[in-house]
Design a protein around this ligand. Structure first.
Ligand SMILES: O=C(CO)[C@@H](O)[C@H](O)COP(=O)(O)O
Ligand SMILES: [Fe+2]
Length: 220
């Protein structure tokens, strides 16, 4: 299995975003996590298409867009145009989950489906065959810098079991409160795509990425 780090730029210093992104890329982070918040599905507002359009050409990293947006189907084409490669929507935010997944595929992007901490693992099962990735939120979405919810580990195990049983090739991404101190538990539960915001961008993003990658590579 391939293990990937996706640094969340929500925690970056926006005065020097380009430089910090490159430091993560040079040290092995293949994805870049882009948290879009609409002030409706989650209480906070972050950034959207114009920011993605401005940064996506500055790095070779996969633009991993996490839409914390009510009815995200409305914005799929716009995020494609802005440079998204992988779009993840929240199951809880979609009136028609299958139509939203289909729309992302029609736009030739990879598709992820996310569940909040209060949503059970079984909720993703009907859609697994259509997905490239499941995103298990290990904090309540809306803010960076929160504490990892330990019950997420069991949910990761359950979803990895479902994927293995059906012999599917689906990544499991985990997002929220992940540091070098707890990432091993997340990997051992069955995740292979790790989002880290504060743990990468607070301090030296290059060094932090390199240390995360040493741990991730030891599982390959
Ligand atoms: O989607 C979210 C929060 O809603 C995340 O992507 C956070 O941005 C991760 O930040 P840390 O918990 O790693 O600081
Ligand atoms: Fe996120």
């Amino acid at each position: 299995m391939k293990y990937i780090l996706s640094p969340s730029i929500l925690a970056a210093d926006f005065k020097k975003l380009g430089e910090e992104m490159c430091q993560t890329a040079e040290n092995g982070a293949e994805y870049l996590h882009f948290d879009v918040m609409d002030g409706m599905f989650v209480p906070s507002i972050s950034f959207g298409m114009p920011v993605l359009a401005s940064i996506h050409g500055a790095t070779q990293q996969v633009m991993d867009v996490h839409l914390m947006v009510q009815e995200p189907i409305r914005y799929i084409e716009a995020f494609k145009e802005a440079g998204a490669d992988l779009v993840t929507v929240h199951l809880e935010a979609c009136e028609d989950v299958s139509a939203t997944i289909e729309k992302i595929k029609e736009c030739n992007m990879k598709v992820g489906l996310s569940i909040c901490p209060d949503t059970p693992a079984e909720a993703v099962e009907p859609y697994l065959g259509e997905l490239d990735m499941v995103l298990v939120m290990s904090v309540h979405p809306g803010f960076g810098g929160q504490k990892f919810i330990p019950e997420s580990l069991e949910k990761i195990r359950q979803i990895r079991q479902m994927i293995t049983k059906r012999e599917l090739d689906v990544d499991i991404q985990v997002d929220g409160g992940i540091y070098q101190t707890n990432v091993r538990e997340v990997l051992e539960a069955g995740a292979n795509v790790i989002v880290a915001g504060s743990a990468v961008f607070k301090g030296d993003p290059g060094d932090n990425t390199r240390r995360f990658m040493e741990i991730l590579k030891s599982y390959e």
